[in-house]
Design a protein around this ligand. Structure first.
Ligand code: PLP
Length: 390
């Protein structure tokens, strides 16, 4: 274990680094959950979350992780026997689809382009062929945290409208919510799923679902087999207690309030720009290293590379050894290559509370570990990252 001096950098794609301000805001005794300041604080969160999702729709908040928010979206919109189209672009879209399958939903799938994003034209073609409108929903992930791909949600929304298909358009934004541009209403998204532990810089424990009127109407027609995941009592609670279907997550609410204040202070547009700058630096370093040896970016289309997580293929270089050196000797934790071969891929999370010294430090540390491994790579990637900043 490295000596406990300086800061350990957890550069995994969630949970992410928690700002001190958020930790301080959360470190408090319990308060009354029936009346008092907690009620107003909770209600103040919804408008800010909706500003990030860019929606006039409803926002439901759950004590859950992202998998819980997936179920919250599914239970209110589809039933056993319904058909659903899953746009697969990595482990996470597949995982969401699997939870639908467990409810008895019948899946149809379209795979993304190899090492790229979902092709909107393929979505349009598939939906046009469904003349009976049997498909009840289309599921996609904006950024798939496994492959590192960013799907073009706006273009997929257009494709669904061009097909004239009534399926609900449901998007998982968990990896990149509050980090990259997203326009739920303008892009024709009916249901958005998010969580607090990535771009929202809050410890894991809160899941969010945003639903527009079309999706709410589906819920009213569909019913909901679960009292806990049901949208209706949460969207318009007649008493505070129903907002969380029980005890409120007191500390998380204070933490999220602080994190949202930080985003407001920086400005959402500035947050997007920061993520893009840092991501370009990461990509510049990897591309540079890859000029010799086997390191390469998993996503081959530049436009489809996400600004929140980068997945790197290591070829004949052992990614587990690289990760262990970084973690055990240099206080840097990198992400496992999930959905890919653990030994042949790793991920760098660069979302949320991150800045230049953290990212340049991580890239330099990776280069140091590569050197220690006596790996074959083109040295100077960290320097290439510096010059990638404008
Ligand atoms: C992290 C993540 C999830 C899963 O969230 P959990 O909190 O681990 O359940 C789902 N989808 C995407 C895109 C994610 O990045």
């Amino acid at each position: 274990m490295p000596a406990e001096t300086g800061r350990h950098f957890l550069a995994i794609p969630g949970p992410t680094v928690i700002p001190e301000r958020v930790m301080r805001a959360m470190n408090r005794p319990m308060v009354n959950i029936y009346e008092g300041p907690l009620i107003d604080l909770t209600h103040s969160l919804f408008p800010d979350l909706k500003k990030i999702a860019k929606t006039e729709g409803d926002c439901m908040m759950y004590i859950s992780n992202g998998h819980g928010a997936w179920d919250a979206a599914l239970f209110n919109t589809v039933s056993t026997g319904d058909k659903m189209l899953v746009l697969e672009s990595g482990r996470f879209a597949v995982g969401w689809g699997a939870q639908a399958e467990q409810m008895g939903v019948v899946l149809e799938t379209i795979s993304a382009r190899p090492r790229g994003g979902v092709d909107p034209a393929a979505v349009e073609e598939h939906l046009r062929a469904d003349t009976a409108h049997g498909i009840k929903a289309v599921l996609v992930v904006q950024v798939d945290t496994a492959s590192g791909v960013r799907n073009d949600i706006e273009a997929i929304g257009k494709a669904i409208r061009a097909a004239g298909h009534p399926a609900l358009f449901m998007v998982d934004c968990i990896a990149c919510f509050g980090c990259v541009p997203y326009e739920m209403d303008a892009w024709g998204v009916d249901v958005t799923v998010a969580a607090c532990q990535k771009g929202l810089m809050t410890p894991p424990g809160l899941g969010f679902v945003f639903a527009n009127e079309k999706a709410m109407q589906r819920r009213r027609e569909n019913g909901c087999l679960s009292g806990y995941w049901d949208w209706l009592p949460r969207a318009k609670p007649d008493m505070y207690y129903k907002l969380f279907c029980g005890t409120a997550p007191v500390n998380h609410l204070y933490g999220l309030r602080e994190a949202l204040d930080m985003i407001t202070e920086e400005g959402l547009e500035a947050v997007y720009v920061r993520h893009n700058r840092l991501a370009r630096a990461v990509r510049a370093a990897v591309a540079h290293w890859g000029q010799r040896g086997s390191l390469e970016l998993n996503i081959t289309e530049d436009a489809a590379r996400s600004d929140v997580v980068t997945t790197i293929l290591t070829g004949d270089l052992d990614a587990q050894v690289l990760r262990s050196i970084c973690e055990d000797e240099f206080s840097l934790t990198l992400g496992l290559g999930i959905g890919l071969d653990f030994n042949r891929a790793f991920r760098i999370g660069h979302m949320g509370h991150v800045n230049e010294p953290m990212i340049l430090g991580a890239l330099s540390t990776i280069e140091l570990a590569l050197m220690k491994m006596e790996a074959t790579f083109h040295s100077g990637g960290a320097e290439a990252a510096i010059y990638a900043f404008d």
